[in-house]
Design a protein around this ligand. Sequence first.
Ligand SMILES: Cc1cc2nc3c(=O)[nH]c(=O)nc-3n(C[C@H](O)[C@H](O)[C@H](O)COP(=O)(O)O)c2cc1C
Length: 400
Amino acid sequence: MDKPKVVLGVSGGIAAYKACELLRRLTESGHDVRVVPTASALHFVGAATWSALSGNPVSTEVWDDVHEVPHVRIGQQADLVVVAPATADTLAKAAHGLADDLLTNTLLTARCPVVFAPAMHTEMWEHPATQENVATLRRRGAVVVEPAVGRLTGVDTGKGRLPDPAEIFEICRRVLARGVREPDLAGRHVVVSAGGTREPLDPVRFLGNRSSGKQGYALARTAAARGARVTLIAANTGLPDPAGVDVVQVGTAVQLREAVLKAAADADAVVMAAAVADFRPAAYAAGKIKKKDDQEPDPIVLLRNPDILAEISAERARPGQVVVGFAAETDDVLANGRAKLRRKGCDLLVVNEVGERKTFGSEENEAVVLGADGSETPVPHGPKEALAETVWDLVTRRLG
Ligand SMILES: Cc1cc2nc3c(=O)[nH]c(=O)nc-3n(C[C@H](O)[C@H](O)[C@H](O)COP(=O)(O)O)c2cc1C
C-alpha cells in the first residue's frame, strides 16, 4: 500500500526548528512527507535539513520543476496538510486565498484535511485580524490547534507557543484516521472535565480518588482533532496539557464547579469525565492533624459537595446544550447507570465498571453509553480514545 502523503508546511516563525521533530515522527510512522517551507522559514531552518530529513525535494516557489506543475500537484495528491508553525502572515494568506508561494498554492489546491498549528507572540495571536482569520479557517473546516501558553521568543511568556510536536503529531494521526470527513465539531465549543478532585483535610492530607484523568484527556484530544474549541478542566492529573486545548487547573469539587459553570456558559457540549468527590471534610485544620498517644482519632465529619452534573443538566447554559456524565460503578453497573441517568437529567451517561485494576490509570476502557432517549451504545474493550470518539459521535448527532 502507498504511504499516506503528508505535506508539512513550515512558515517563518522561531518555532520552525520544532517542525523537524514533527517531520521525524511523521516519517518514522510511515508517512511520505513533502516539506513545503516559506521563504521566511528558510531563515530559521535551511532547505538541506528539510530535504535530508524528508527524503524529498524542497522548494518554496512555484517556479521550480515547473514541468511537474508542483503548485497544483502537491496539494492535489496530499492526504493531509499540516502547517506547523503557522505564522500570523500565513494564516492571513490562507484565510484570504492568497497564492504567492508554493505553500499557499498548495493550501488552495488541497482537498484533504488541513491542520494549522499557529505560533506567534501573544499580541499577534490576540489581534482581531488573526482571530478573524482563525475563525474563517475553522468555519471552512480546517483544524486550527490552539497555541500553548508558555515561554515565547526572548523574555516574553504568554499564549502563542507552538504545542509540543508529539501532541501535534497525535492530532495529525487522528485527523488522518478520520479521512476526508468534515471536522464535525468545527465551530463548536466543548467543555471536558478530567481527573479527580481532592478535598483537603489539613495542609498535607486530602480525601481523593483514583481517577487519572486519561479518559478526559482522550476526550479533549479527540474533540480538538474534530475541530472543536476545547476547554479542559483538569483536577489533579499531573498529565501534560494536550495540544490545542485550553486547560484550567482546579483542585477541589467547589473549584471544579466554578470552572465548569464559567466555561459552560457558551459551550455546545459539556462532558463531565472527572471523578468529583461527593463529600468534603466539614473542617479544614490549618496545621497538620497530629497523632495523639493513647487517644482514638477524631472522626471526620463530611459535608455534601454540590452535584455539578445535576445542576448543569437542570439549568442548561444555552438551548440545545448536550450534557454527558460518567458513572463509575463497581456492581449492578447498568441498573445503577440507568437510575443515575434519570436522577441527573443529562443526555448521555457513560457507564463503566471500575475497580482497583480496572479503568483507573489504564490506557484502555470498556463502557456502555446510555442515552436519555433509551438508547444503549456498547463500546468494546479498547483504547480510551475509541470510547472518546464514540462519545463525540453521539454528541454530534444530538447537536444536529
Ligand atoms: C526572529 C523572528 C521570529 C519570528 N517569529 C514569528 C512567529 O513566531 N510567528 C509569526 O507569526 N511571525 C514571526 N515572525 C515574523 C514572520 O517571519 C514574518 O511575518 C514573515 O513575513 C512570515 O512569512 P511567512 O508567513 O511567509 O513564513 C518572526 C520574525 C523574526 C525575524
